[in-house]
Design a protein around this ligand. Structure first.
Ligand SMILES: [Zn+2]
Length: 257
């Protein structure tokens, strides 16, 4: 079995006491690759350190829109240098727009996102994009910058089917979290409309814990419940979902196995 978790934040304090067990449990559940993402310079360094400690963990480096206030001018060039020389850094992320938390105005988020996308392009790395309550603004950005082809993923997807098509047309993958296992989740048709060859598996650990563990800390071993729910929605086998998403992640992040 080849299961992947393409979105985690293993640097969070919640994992400090038992990260080794967390990774081991994922391994025992068939998880073969985990991507852990930084949200600012310091946590990007931590993500890289974690990736060096565990053979199945890889890192992404980036500045999250809600962490811009913690960042300085030098952080992006420093992250670029690190990503350039370290093969265990396989993506730029987490980057994007967030208009849910009102701390950072959009006009401060745009230049950071733009520089991070330029970095990804120069280093030929995929991008992991966060987008909360900003689909109109994200689409305007893609259109005004004439971004027609981009390697990456819209993670924890929350837009409309029309938004999904817009991103798929530009080459992006789409991933869903444990939210699809919640009782009040109503967008099964939207999920099903995402072509299987553009789908990725993720948990967004430590957040958004899937049923039946809702309320507990999330961890990569629980990605299995997201995959099982996807199998139901697509009416495919668990094996087909995990294998297809493994293939997709493998080619996007350049993982060899
Ligand atoms: Zn995240």
């Amino acid at each position: 079995m080849y299961i992947t978790d393409t979105h985690t934040h293993l640097h969070f304090d919640q994992y400090a006491p038992d990260l080794q067990e967390v990774v081991q449990r994922a391994r025992e559940r068939g998880v073969v690759k985990i991507l852990t993402l930084g949200t600012d310079y310091q946590s990007s360094l931590q993500s890289f350190e974690i990736a060096q400690q565990y053979d199945l963990v890889y890192a992404a480096v980036g500045i999250h829109p809600t962490d811009i206030f913690k960042s300085t001018q030098d952080d992006i060039p420093r992250l670029k240098l690190l990503a350039q020389k370290e093969p265990r850094i396989v993506a730029i992320g987490e980057v994007g727009f967030d208009l849910y938390w009102k701390e950072v105005p959009l006009d401060q988020q745009i230049p950071v996102f733009e520089q991070m996308l330029d970095t990804a392009k120069e280093l030929n790395l995929p991008v992991v994009i966060h987008n909360r309550d900003a689909h109109r603004e994200m689409r305007d950005f893609f259109e005004s910058r004439q971004i027609k082809k981009i390697a990456g993923v819209m993670h924890s997807f929350s837009g409309t089917l029309d938004d999904a098509k817009f991103y798929l047309d530009r080459g992006l993958h789409i991933s869903f979290t444990g939210v699809i296992t919640f009782k009040n989740f109503r967008s099964q048709e939207l999920v099903k409309a995402i072509p299987l060859d553009r789908l990725l598996l993720e948990t967004d650990s430590p957040f958004l814990t899937p049923v039946p563990n809702r309320g507990k800390r999330n961890e990569p071993a629980f990605v299995e419940f997201v995959a099982r729910r996807l199998a139901e929605i697509y009416d495919k086998s668990f094996l087909e979902i995990t294998q297809t998403t493994f293939r997709n992640a493998k080619s996007l992040f350049g993982w060899d196995i």
